[in-house]
Ligand binder design. Structure first.
Ligand code: GUN
Length: 295
């Protein structure tokens, strides 16, 4: 079997067009323009590139975006003051603090300072709790993008056996909750670095989502023939043939897994573009809720 490529770029383009139409409608109805503030601390090149991607996507969808760039030396108090000012700023519907922060020990405090109504990342405990309870909430963008790519590619999820590899707070753990929710109805196993015999679980799965943050986590021999594989990994590996000196690879051995799977997302061009599209969707949703449903 040679896998169908699940083109996240193209599915995300459809989603972004839907968001742009919703923004245009909101503007025509009330003059309101949804606004996103992106806080970037330090100069990590990967974070810089993600933030630029998010800002460009906002512009293309008609969403106002404002970047607040702080030096890596910014203190907890300085970052919290910025977040509080953004909470009170009426032009801003969504606040995103790009992670990881140079000082990861303050991430929790910073996330908890964001007004849950503006928490378009869905990382605030209020939104996490609401999601677990199945109440309306902002859902983290990458897990939401994974569910959307599965839905829009026609992958059956009700009753399906899904293995998620990786228990991060941003991807694996929320994804395991979303997929097992009523209405999605998958049977979910959450595997992680301490899982004994990972292949034993993945070989039984109809869908494998790999979000381990490590290349070669999933190889062809670990996959059931006909399974659907979603690769959330974004790893930079040295490549002298590239001007940048590196290339991006996922957590799955793409060519090897593609021989066994029915469908697989590529890296780049799979989950990444979906994440950005879901962020835009959350910003518009935040604007609707804050400004009234008709806005
Ligand atoms: N870093 C990696 N992914 C994300 C994300 O979805 N949101 C934020 N804020 N930071 C990230």
């Amino acid at each position: 079997m040679v896998a169908r490529i699940l083109d996240g770029k193209s599915i995300a383009a459809d989603l972004r067009a839907e968001v742009a139409a919703a923004v245009a409608e909101m503007k025509a109805a009330s003059g309101a323009v949804p606004g996103l503030a992106v806080v970037l601390v330090g100069d990590d090149p990967a974070s810089r590139s993600y933030v630029t991607g998010k800002e460009k996507a906002c512009a293309a969808a008609g969403i106002y975006s404002r970047e607040i760039a702080l030096p890596a030396t910014a203190t907890r108090a300085e970052i919290l003051a910025i977040v509080r000012a953004l909470n009170a700023d009426d032009a801003i519907d969504g606040i995103l603090v790009q992670l990881p922060l140079p000082d990861s020990s303050i991430e929790r405090d910073v996330i908890e300072a964001i007004d849950p109504a503006k928490d378009v990342d869905g990382f605030h405990p209020t939104n996490v709790g609401r999601m677990v309870l199945g109440l309306p909430s902002f859902v983290p963008c990458t897990p939401a993008g994974v569910v959307e790519i599965l839905r829009r590619s026609g992958t059956p999820l009700a009753g399906a056996t899904v293995v998620v590899i990786g228990r991060s707070q941003i991807v694996g753990r929320p994804l395991s909750i979303l997929l097992s929710q009523k209405g999605v109805d998958a049977t979910v196993t959450l595997c992680h670095t301490r899982t004994k015999d990972l292949a034993h679980f993945t070989r039984e799965a109809d869908v494998v989502v790999v979000a381990a943050g490590r290349p070669h986590t999933l190889t062809g021999d670990m996959v059931k023939p006909g399974a659907v594989v979603i690769d959330v990994g974004v790893n930079r590996v040295p490549d002298a043939s590239k001007a940048s000196g590196y290339r991006l690879v996922g957590d799955a051995d793409f060519a090897d897994v593609a021989e066994k799977a029915a469908a697989i997302t590529p890296v780049p061009g799979g989950v990444g573009p979906m994440t950005i599209a879901m962020l835009l969707r959350n910003v518009v949703e935040a604007a609707r809720r804050r400004r009234g449903a008709g806005a």
